[in-house]
Design a protein around this ligand. Structure first.
Ligand SMILES: *Cc1c(COP(=O)(O)O)cnc(C)c1O
Length: 500
């Protein structure tokens, strides 16, 4: 299997090259040349395996240039209860009749990003070895709050790598900020920018694809890569838990083999839901992929009308990890459903860069409607949903997960669909204690983030993750903040490369 660039189908690389590079030189994203399949027998047998073995099975289909020993090394080091607070790695729980939450936040930083970022350092260093890369890999990250911390934790003190993370100064929760600014490790740096997530992501993409900067790095023995979901090494691990959850439902007797399920995903950059799309096209029986957005509902409109228009107000919400108006991974989806027509992709994404808007063809619109359902909800509805889940089902949900549950409830009302449904739960409520507590108690509190954690712990039955508790005593290491136009100079200075 090869990986092609969405902007030039002629470019073909191995998975190791795709993972080491992060993004294609032409600005396109790497996609597999074909989506491999899983038979029903294979899916059934996955239900009896450990999570590491499930991961091994799925990776073997995508990382065809890796040896079995290499894949084993990656999955066994990442998916252990040393890194996750549950042996199952991803927990599947019944929420109410017909609906299950897939809790993806039992890793070290309490968000679903750990599912991929605990393994990415192993995939990346193995890839670098395989292609005889003798350069230091510099990983640039733009984060809406959770990727940053998960990437820092994954790559901390990993030999041959260094990492710089940019986050929007006023666009992350107090706990998210604390997690990042106190990060330990000798190879990491963190910087706030005066701007939103889209500014951070655009800045990082620009630095990545600048030929002059690439040459400067090369002459200093370095190269860039990415830990954002533009990197295939971030996406592939996310496919596993969708396959795994289906196999688990079969194993538990909740569904019969072959029975279709819906999958609901609270969506920002479109990485997580795209992984569900890959799982479906590998052979996991899926009825609808349900795309849930917050007030930044550019994807809701896109799926419903076929017009992508980012020229709209940017809302700062209580589900900040979804405060995004440019969803990078949509490019991969569109490449697949427009028949791998790279000139169409160049046209649409050229328009997006130029005027912030494009419209897809009628055939693509039809496929989007067949595969997806899209909905959105604002902060008030999110809080109502958190309260309902808490009061009715004794479930303490974070703000992002609540967006997904609310959109799912709207979907059921609108369609009457009784298909069993898996809802991706993407963060621990303790990362957003203030908003969750306010939703449950009806009162806003001015207490600091650790007092809020204690207050939430008193009300809910959920224990506080040890990594959150430990933050309290950590010193701030990274307090710097720059203009969005100064990201490049910050990077060069951090790497000790002179600008001239
Ligand atoms: C990143 C994130 C999302 C959005 O995921 P995408 O893959 O960017 O669509 C949703 N919820 C939480 C908690 C996140 O951290």
């Amino acid at each position: 299997m090869f990986y092609k660039s969405t902007r030039n189908s002629e470019i073909k690389v191995t998975s190791a090259e795709a993972i080491a590079q992060g993004i294609s030189k032409d600005g396109g994203l790497f996609v597999p040349s074909e989506i491999p399949s899983l038979t029903q027998e294979e899916i059934k047998s996955i239900g009896k395996m450990s999570y590491a073995d499930r991961a091994f099975t799925v990776f073997s289909k995508y990382l065809t240039d890796f040896t079995d020993v290499e894949i084993r090394y990656c999955v066994d080091n990442a998916y252990t209860d040393k890194n996750f607070d549950t042996q199952n790695i991803a927990e599947l729980k019944k929420l109410f009749d017909g609906a299950y939450v897939l809790e993806l936040w039992h890793g070290p930083t309490c968000a679903f990003k750990d599912m991929a970022l605990q393994i990415l350092p192993y995939l990346l260093t193995t890839s670098a070895k395989k292609i005889n890369l003798d350069k230091k890999v510099v990983i640039l990250v733009a984060t809406s709050g959770d990727t940053g911390k998960a990437a820092l934790e994954g790559f901390r003190d990993v030999e041959g790598t260094s990492m710089i993370v940019f986050y929007p100064e006023d666009g992350v929760s107090a706990m998210q900020k604390k997690q990042m600014t106190t990060q330990e490790g000798s190879n990491v740096g963190v910087c706030a920018i005066k701007g939103n997530f889209d500014d951070a992501q655009n800045g990082v993409k620009k630095i990545f694809t600048d030929q002059k900067i690439a040459e400067k790095l090369a002459s200093n023995g370095m190269m860039f890569s990415s830990a954002n979901s533009i990197n295939w090494g971030r996406l592939a691990p996310q496919i596993i838990y969708y396959v795994s959850s289906y196999a688990q439902l079969v194993e538990n007797g909740d569904i019969s083999m072959g029975e279709k399920i819906n999958i609901v995903v609270p969506t920002g950059n479109f990485g997580n839901i795209l992984a569900a799309y890959y799982a479906k096209h590998m052979g996991v029986p899926v009825n609808k992929l349900i795309c849930a957005s917050n007030a930044n509902n550019v994807l809701t409109d896109f799926i419903n009308t076929g017009v992508y228009d980012r020229n709209r107000h940017f809302y700062t919400t209580i589900s900040p990890s979804m405060d995004i108006l440019i969803s990078s991974n949509l490019e991969r989806l569109l490449y697949h459903i427009c028949g791998e027509n790279d000139s169409m992709i160049r046209d649409w994404f050229g328009k997006l860069a130029e005027c912030g808007k494009y419209e897809v063809s009628d055939e693509v619109k039809k496929v989007l409607k067949d595969e997806f359902y899209a909905g959105c909800c604002d902060d008030d509805m999110t809080k109502e949903c958190i309260k309902e889940l808490f009061d009715k089902y004794s479930y303490t949900s974070d703000t992002h997960t609540a967006v997904a549950v609310k959109v799912y409830m709207d979907y059921v009302k609108a369609t009457g669909d009784k298909t069993k449904t898996v809802i991706a739960s993407t963060a621990s409520p303790y990362k957003f204690s203030g908003a969750v507590l306010e939703a449950i108690s009806g009162q806003k509190s001015e207490a600091d983030e650790f007092t809020l954690v204690d207050m939430l712990a008193q009300r809910s039955e959920l224990s506080v993750p040890t990594s959150i508790k430990a933050l309290k005593d950590k010193d701030i290491r990274f307090a710097q903040s720059v203009e969005k136009t100064d990201m490049e100079s910050f990077v060069m200075e951090a790497l000790g490369i002179s600008e001239n």
